[in-house]
Design a protein around this ligand. Sequence first.
Ligand SMILES: C[S@@+](CC[C@H](N)C(=O)[O-])C[C@H]1O[C@@H](n2cnc3c(N)ncnc32)[C@H](O)[C@@H]1O
Length: 285
Amino acid sequence: MSSANIESLKLGTGLSDLTDSEFLKLAEYIKNNYGISISVQKKQLVSARLANALAQNGFKSYTDFIDKLLSDKSGQLAAMLVNKITTNHTYFMREKEHFVFFRKEVLPYLEKNVIDRDLRIWCAACSTGEESYTLAIILSEYFGSKMLFWDTRVLATDISEQVLKTAAAGIYSADKLSVLPPEWVSKYFIKISHDKYRVVDNIKNNVIYRKFNLVERNYPFKKKFHVIFCRNVMIYFDNETRKWLVNKLYDNLELGGYLFIGHSEFISKDESKFKYIMPAVYRKI
Ligand SMILES: C[S@@+](CC[C@H](N)C(=O)[O-])C[C@H]1O[C@@H](n2cnc3c(N)ncnc32)[C@H](O)[C@@H]1O
């Protein structure tokens, strides 16, 4: 396509360009409300992600949008913003060693030590559900018929309503499932079209999807978790927010509980009481 055509497509939205001061206001709102830091180098990316949605909703400028966002009590504009600005990339078996460790070390420990058989596993920042369903499948494989005597439901949360909807539907393309053991695919997925599969009900029902903002000051959980997967989300936060979150997760873990973070994330010794176990795995002891 010629650059003139690209320009006319852009103009076709009827939306004026994102100015530096509008970008700064948006970035500040996003940082204050969701913890996500966006540098000025990402200005083009932000406008590319937002332009169509804003134009479709009749906004003529980003200032117009920001004004409405700040006064919108319904939360709909904030939800739209979150859906557009979050990066939701995920896939089955991402950082596979974590799942191996979870199966081999964590579950035997929990089976022995959780006397009331109420397992509390939280998949924070679950995106489209690949990670949370993998945990549910591993739980099913591990406990087998003993599942009846355990509460093994996984809580899976994210801030984006859009990804939560996809996660709850539990429908994935054959391509996405190709990294899973074939026996899992036949046992835990139903073919619903030539290249689409849906997670079986007993796995789906074992994952509870909820909207939750990790930077919310007061966490609503009544009981602490035995395991928290919080992978590949802290990379979007600045150091201060990341540190705050790590300590919040520590407080929300049971003694002996495990925290899994992304391999490109880190927790240094002096910023929390977590004990390093293996790459991107920490423990509260
Ligand atoms: C890159 S995905 C990671 C998905 C999965 N955990 C993984 O490792 O593959 C990051 C997710 O974090 C979510 N997220 C970003 N900021 C958040 C916040 N403040 N609270 C909760 N979730 C957030 C995004 O919506 C996105 O789905």
